[in-house]
Ligand binder design. Structure first.
Ligand code: NAP
Length: 214
């Protein structure tokens, strides 16, 4: 199968926000509670951070499992990688994810501020100032025949949508309201001109939205 460009397991509040306001070291999602946004995933059997066996094997688990399936590289924005802004003061910060980041592929971090690549576990982070088209060309080459995931945050997903580079999008609408923060959409209807759309409610209370190119 030809490789595609995917947004996967991207979580939104019911009012359209993918992150809250006021990101900091202590609050990677700003005023949004990550346990609320990601609760559907944390409850599944295939959540990689699960401390002990257990968890659900239903619909939410299928999506959790699919996060890494056939993905050969990720592109993320600098604010997903960390809370710093402006030039890097040092290179001590190596992302939120500890010594074994959950990507296991090359990751291209879009930033206007230069920084050398480094490897952590089997993930390699590269820092890139590039147009979406050029970043995608780099990531596709690194993905070596597999898909490229656009990992967020919100501004990065919006940027790739605006450049019309996304083939499929999986958005998880969580039954919570954030009121402010980084907004992806006013509703799924924003994307219907360009994408087919299915929405599938999960018994956990979230709604999975699947979009693919018309
Ligand atoms: N809801 C979810 O599923 C989900 C998923 C992932 C992340 N998040 C959350 O989303 C938030 C981050 O999202 P965000 O919208 O604030 O920002 P973001 O998309 O992570 O990063 C945006 C930043 O990336 C850099 N950038 C983007 N495009 C670029 C380009 N073409 N060339 C060079 N640099 C470029 C710029 O930073 P500089 O100019 O500073 O370099 C820009 O300010 C975090 O709170 C994170 O936890 C949520």
């Amino acid at each position: 199968m030809a490789p595609i460009v995917r947004v996967q397991n991207f979580m939104l509040s019911r009012d359209g926000f993918g992150s809250g306001e006021g990101q900091s070291l202590e609050r990677p999602f700003g005023h949004a509670d990550p346990a609320v946004l990601a609760g559907w995933m944390l409850a599944t059997a295939h959540w990689p951070g699960r401390p002990e066996p257990g968890g659900t094997y239903g619909l939410d688990d299928y999506f959790t499992r699919d996060f890494a399936n056939h993905v050969g590289a990720e592109i993320m924005g600098r604010n997903k990688f960390g809370p710093q802004r402006g030039p890097w003061e040092d290179h001590d910060w190596r992302g939120w994810w500890g010594d074994e980041p959950p990507f296991h592929t090359p990751v291209f971090v879009l930033t206007h501020h230069e920084r050398p690549s480094f490897a952590l576990g089997d993930t390699t982070f590269h820092f890139l100032e590039a147009t979406p088209e050029d970043a995608l060309a780099r990531a596709m080459e690194a993905a070596d025949g597999k898909d490229v995931r656009i990992g967020g945050g919100v501004a990065t997903v919006r940027e790739f949508l605006e450049a019309d580079l996304i083939d499929t999008l999986h958005v998880v609408v969580v039954p919570t309201e954030l009121g402010r923060g980084e907004r992806l959409w006013h509703g799924p209807e924003d994307l219907l001109g360009r994408f087919h759309h299915e929405q599938v409610p999960s018994p956990s209370g979230v709604v999975h939205h699947l979009f693919w190119r018309r």
